[in-house]
Design a protein around this ligand. Structure first.
Ligand code: NAD
Ligand code: DAU
Length: 336
């Protein structure tokens, strides 16, 4: 059997590294070889890939998705691309959008150009890992994939632009592009600038946590195992030129979530500081997952209570992973 050679961009980050660990782990598909291309920005951590470092089908290349020469060489050596690399934190994009446009839009274009040269029409698969944030805020109901894009933050706008550019390469050139749009991921190895890992790590240190605005913004939480399951269904069984929403099925207000985190960390509401709201803060996200469910058989399997308890335990037991990251994480906070 010939191996499928997959180029995974951003594979040293939170979700990308879980994808790589899963595919190269004991329950991963047979005959897969993976090269991770990662710039190792503040969010990229080679230690996330330690469990697969000795795997014969694994390679890590430190490099920038905007570097056309590096990308061209790597795309030529691979059959498929799963594109995670991005600047991913909304608060940082509010401080400045330039790096978000450069990496998220420019980097995607560089990858698409190389895919056109080496894969072209009907060959290769290009999975563009995107986000529910591209649709903008929705007060009730859920967005289907056909909903017009209306992103609020510079981060979300850069992801929307990248999605459209990628889909245009399918329509114009026949490139096999598949887009996934998922809800808020949670789990272990999550950089401690995002709500769940930031709050857990601060509470474990006996510190207060900053809740934005009235705390009534709603997010749908998706465990990384389920996100990886959805991406794999799309990579292996999805259709070219299609968009697939991936949700977790657990909608919570931030206050409800914080209440669970306080309980899990043994803290009370006196640890919560209500702080000024995030600029342009989207009230609610909700994806309609009927398409991926009916067409590809996707179903979130991780029960939220179990997933959250496991996540808190992981941060309790892996202080050596997150303590050195605190300073860089607080920078993300300072920009709000
Ligand atoms: P992350 O910030 O943890 O990781 C991003 C990775 O990309 C890091 O390893 C970083 O070093 C790398 N990277 C950044 N710029 C790069 C560049 N120019 N060249 C090469 N590598 C670069 O992000 P994440 O949470 O793992 O998100 C991964 C993808 O999933 C992103 O595209 C994001 O938009 C999308 N997404 C994330 C969530 C979520 O809840 N975290 C939800 C929906 C979609
Ligand atoms: O919806 C998918 C998106 O989820 C991804 O595309 C992004 O990459 C990812 O970062 C995440 O974006 P959010 O902005 O929803 O996640 P974040 O963890 O930053 O914030 C979650 C909610 O918590 C949001 O309503 C803002 C609020 N919040 C966040 C932080 C960091 C706080 O109240 N306090 C905080 O300190």
């Amino acid at each position: 059997m010939t191996a499928t050679r997959i180029l995974v961009t951003g594979g040293a980050g939170f979700i990308g590294s879980h994808y790589v660990r899963t595919l190269l782990g004991p329950h991963g598909p047979a005959g897969v070889r993976i090269t991770v291309l990662d710039k190792l920005t503040y969010a990229g951590n080679p230690a996330n890939l330690d469990p697969v470092r000795a795997h014969p089908g694994f390679r890590l290349v430190q490099g920038d998705v905007c570097d056309a020469a590096v990308v061209d060489r790597l795309v030529a050596e691979h059959d498929q691309i799963v594109h995670f690399a991005a600047e991913s934190h909304v608060d940082r994009s509010i401080l400045g959008g330039a790096e978000f446009v450069r990496t998220n839009v420019g980097g995607t274009q560089v990858l698409l150009d190389a895919a056109l040269r080496h894969h072209g029409r009907g060959r290769g698969v290009f999975v563009q890992v995107s986000t529910d944030e591209v649709y903008g805020s929705i007060p009730y109901g859920s967005w289907p994939e056909t909903h017009p894009l209306s992103p609020s933050s510079p981060y979300a706008a850069s992801k929307a632009a990248a999605d459209l550019v990628a889909l245009a390469h399918h329509r114009t050139h026949g490139l096999d592009v598949r887009v996934t749009r998922c809800s808020n991921n949670y789990g272990h190895h999550h950089f401690p600038e995002k709500l769940i890992p930031l709050f857990i790590t601060r509470l474990l240190e006996g510190r207060t946590v900053p809740l934005y605005g009235d705390g009534l913004n709603v997010r749908d939480w998706l465990h990384i195992d389920d996100h990886v399951q959805g991406i794999e269904l799309v990579r292996t069984k999805g259709r070219p030129g299609e968009v697939y929403n991936i949700g977790g099925g657990t909608e919570l207000t931030n206050r409800e979530l914080v209440s669970l985190l306080l309980e899990a960390c043994g803290a009370g509401w006196e640890s919560v500081e209500y702080v000024a709201d995030r600029k342009g803060h989207d009230r609610r996200y909700s994806v309609d997952c009927a398409k991926i469910t009916l067409e590809l058989g996707y179903e979130p399997r991780k029960d939220f209570a179990t997933g959250l308890a496991e996540t808190v335990s992981w941060y309790r037991e892996n202080r050596d992973w997150w303590e050195p990251l605190r300073q860089r994480a607080e920078l993300g906070q300072a920009v709000r």
